[in-house]
Ligand binder design. Structure first.
Ligand code: G4P
Length: 293
């Protein structure tokens, strides 16, 4: 991608520093870190600084929104994280699928060593404490709500009401720090930002919406051609440009403007909305083999 195409991505250094302090202040209180990533883009949706900030803590990676991702690639990502030393699970915080496996995975795998040490010392009943971390929009609040449910204390969200540290009991000996560690993604390359814009995790005005949709359509034509033939009844030759794909979607949907022209802006909004809501099928935007090259 041409560097000049993309608008400067807004960073929030103040916010970042605050989060760093918050995580640093609380990390010593927990036994394990639960890191949520987006199953559709598991590396693009994590901040590599998290590794450093949570260093030394056992980690469980949750590939959330797995209902929207391609199952085969999700399994490859699970294997990838396991190869790299973290237990990983696919979950869907919307329906709750996979959530029942979290506590057993923590106790039997991630914290196996700690649990057996505690058993030896007659401390099996001691609480396991957890912290949830992830970039915005990845599903941290949804996960905390699902896990803690009605046990989650309601804290008023208005000025003057201080939000104190809340521990929520998940079962007899597991407690969750009800204060997710939020870190912005790190845009190490522009493709990372583009994937996050596809999923809606960051504002899609990093590029103009048509360029963004063209890039998505191009990726889909290459990797998930059936999603386009089924949803938009496109007949693909295999060498269409992104613009041709976008125009074809607009034509198929009757999105015309005066002079017989296609309303590519409307077509772009439709493609992005339909991708994000899963109407184009279950699609993953990066695979471990591309990132391990
Ligand atoms: P955050 O705290 O990390 O910022 O994320 P949050 O839980 O607010 O979730 C962000 C959006 O992602 C929400 O959608 C939420 O419903 C959706 N989401 C979370 N987990 C999943 C999942 O496993 N699958 C799917 N398909 N979506 C998930 P929203 O549009 O902001 O709100 P709403 O749809 O809940 O109204």
């Amino acid at each position: 991608m041409d560097n000049t195409e993309m608008k400067q991505i807004q960073w929030f250094p103040g916010h970042m520093a605050k989060t760093r302090r918050l995580i640093a202040a609380n990390i010593s209180l927990v036994d394990a870190v639960v890191e949520i990533v987006d199953a559709r883009a598991p590396l693009s949706s994590r901040n590599p600084e998290m590794d450093h900030m949570t260093k030394g803590k056992p980690r469980l990676v949750l590939l959330n929104k797995s209902d929207l991702a391609d199952d085969k690639t999700t399994q490859k990502w699970i294997n990838y994280f396991r190869r790299n030393g973290s237990e990983a699970l696919a979950v869907d915080c919307k329906s709750g699928k996979g959530l029942k496996s979290i506590l057993p995975a923590l106790k039997n795998t991630v914290l196996k060593e700690l649990m057996s040490k505690r058993a030896q010392n007659g401390m099996s009943g001691a609480a396991i404490r957890l912290m949830i971390v992830g970039i915005p929009n990845v599903g941290k609040s949804s996960l905390i709500n699902k896990l803690a449910g009605s046990k989650r204390a309601k804290v008023e969200d208005r000025p003057g009401v201080t939000r104190t540290k809340q521990w929520v009991k998940l079962d007899n000996n597991t407690e969750l720090l009800d204060m997710p560690g939020v870190l912005w993604p790190k845009f190490e390359d522009q493709e990372v930002a583009v994937r996050l814009a596809f999923t809606g995790a960051i504002s899609d005005d990093i590029l103009d919406i048509e360029t963004l949709a063209m890039k998505l359509l191009y990726y889909l034509a290459e990797n998930y051609p059936n999603s386009l033939t089924e949803r938009y009844k496109l007949v693909l030759s295999g060498d269409e440009t992104g613009l041709e794909l976008l125009e074809n979607v607009g034509r198929k949907r009757g999105m015309m403007i005066s002079g017989g022209k296609i309303n590519t802006e409307r077509a772009a909004i439709t493609v992005l909305d339909e991708f994000r809501s899963g109407k184009l099928g279950r699609i993953t935007l990066e695979a471990p083999e591309q990132r391990e090259k």
